[in-house]
Write a protein that binds this ligand. Structure first.
Ligand code: GAP
Length: 491
């Protein structure tokens, strides 16, 4: 485990992630991914696509623009409702997010409060400006969307999209026809979203430009349930860890015990849980699914659980994703706003499909991998799942003479066509191991004098530091099965 400072330091030093426009002093809420961060992010996005698109026969990626016309976001409700409560200091003029000011004093979430409730609590707790101690002005609504002027005259108003989801909703009717009316249908997208956060803090946790990976699944309840029921049966008696809104603490329960939730919702809760345990390989007691209370959830979300990861660097449980049952709100709103039919004919009537949304913040998930993976102590080490690690394998020549260097290059060349592979000849072997440990490379291979005799190499595993000796001819296959967890590592 590492604190935030240590983690930020290794992220900058080794090439994962850091504040954008750094050479000009940076701008809060914008971050750059370096060469390792970009690999990690790409691997996470690829794994996300593979895992979640495979949940349905008719689930596909689509890509849509970052800029949306005014009318789209007016229909979706963002123009009127996508706001946070802004409080300005009367003395220094600094802006603060109202709920955060209160949370810092009470230690309890205030995200659900409206302007009046927040104003009452701020008075009651005599909250002052955290920057100068000055008195605070009345709370006001602040719309978080970035407005853009489109066209040479700037007379076409638009917004940078505040979520990727809207592109999928608008494309439902076209894709429904293009995919030959197959339901349930899933439209996923991965891309940038923009929110003019009042006071971004906690590094990549609260950004003004960030990435989302979202899957919108369209179905008509009562008409397509059998598809979800069949998938649910495949899960058998899975247990998952949850915190329901009326529970004091989290518990591990079987899916069948959650019989107040519809089967389609339970199925997706379980699959998200599996993604965190099996793909991201987070320890079971370090992440959970938390149900939002009536006050916390948006009015259109009929059921809402967040995925939370316990992050040392961010001071506790933090939201990284959500599962939202949004009913027919989205397609209904776009039907009203555009005048286009979003309904489908089914059993002699026209019905507006409902949406279940799997929504992930890419940056927060990447940070959770780094937070959970990085350990300092006798040995600094980043434990990342083999399928997500920036480099899968590193190859070292023991010495740079007697043909060992050339043999190591041959091994490197053979592996790099299959895996993301690093080759390093500088410094002692110990230093080379340490460099790879710090960036999460699961396997290090050393070519030595024995290699010249018997064509075998040493493979070392990051976490245990155990070593095995195997023939070069079996190297590629062995690394592949280790990464896929088809076999365990032991000497
Ligand atoms: N389409 C639904 C939606 O956008 P959300 O809870 O507002 O729901 C989804 O956002 C995810 O996007 C969150 O779980 C979080 O991981 C990520 N996210 C939201 N705001 C963010 C921000 N300012 N910085 C980084 N990630 C953010």
């Amino acid at each position: 485990m590492a604190d935030r400072e240590e983690l930020e330091s290794v992220c900058k030093r080794r090439g994962f992630v850091w504040q954008s426009s750094e050479i000009y002093g940076g701008e809060a809420g914008f971050y750059d991914y370096g060469h390792l961060g970009a690999k990690l992010k790409d691997n996470w996005e690829r794994s996300w696509k593979e895992y979640f698109l495979s949940l349905g026969d008719h689930y596909h990626m689509i890509y849509t623009p970052n800029i949306l016309p005014y009318r789209v976001l007016e229909s979706s409700g963002h123009v009127d409702h996508f706001s946070d409560i802004l409080i300005t200091c009367k003395r220094c003029g600094n802006s603060h997010r109202g709920d955060h000011l209160l949370e810092d004093i009470t230690g309890e979430s205030a995200e659900w409060m409206n302007k009046d409730e927040l104003s009452d609590h701020i008075l009651e707790h005599d909250v002052k400006c955290p920057d100068c101690g000055g008195d605070l002005d009345e709370p006001e609504d602040f719309n978080m969307m970035f407005e853009v002027d489109v066209g040479p005259k700037g007379d076409r108003k638009g917004f940078l999209r505040p979520e990727t989801a809207q592109g999928s909703y608008m494309n439902f009717p076209r894709e429904y026809r293009a995919l030959r009316k197959k339901m349930p249908m899933g439209l996923a997208t991965i891309g940038s979203a923009f929110r003019n956060e009042i006071s971004p803090r906690q590094g990549v946790y609260r950004l003004r430009e960030f990435r989302q990976a979202e899957l919108q699944i369209f179905f008509v309840p009562g008409k397509h349930d059998s598809v979800f029921e069949a998938r649910y049966q495949e899960l058998e008696k899975k247990n998952i860890k949850l915190l329901r809104s009326d529970w004091e603490e989290q518990k591990e329960v079987s899916l069948d015990e959650l019989d107040d939730l519809p089967v389609f919702y339970r199925y997706h809760l379980a699959k998200i849980y599996e993604f965190y345990s099996e793909v991201m390989e987070l320890p079971h007691d370090e992440f959970r699914l938390r149900e939002l209370s009536e006050e916390e959830k948006a009015f259109y979300n009929r059921i809402h659980f967040d995925v939370e990861v316990h992050m040392e660097s961010l001071g506790g449980w933090k939201e990284v994703a959500g599962l939202h049952y949004r009913g027919d709100h989205d397609l209904g709103q776009h039907q009203k706003g555009s005048g286009q039919k979003m309904s489908i004919p089914i059993d002699g009537e026209r019905l507006i499909p409902h949406v279940i949304e799997l929504s992930f913040g890419v940056d927060r998930n990447i940070w959770s991998i780094l937070d959970k993976g990085y350990r300092t102590g006798d040995r600094d080490c980043m434990k990342i799942s083999g399928s997500l690690a920036p480099y899968k394998v590193a190859v070292f020549p023991l010495v740079r003479k007697d043909g060992i260097l050339d043999r190591s290059i041959e091994v490197y060349e053979a592996l790099k066509s299959k895996f993301s592979t690093f080759w390093d000849k500088s410094g002692s072997i110990g230093k080379r191991y340490a460099r790879q440990d710090e960036i999460g490379t699961p396997y290090c291979i050393t070519v030595d004098y024995d290699t010249l005799e018997d064509d075998t190499v040493t493979v070392r595993e990051i976490e245990s530091t155990e070593q095995i000796r195997i023939p070069i001819s079996e190297l590629s296959e062995t690394i592949e099965s280790l990464i896929k967890k088809e076999k365990g590592f032991s000497s």
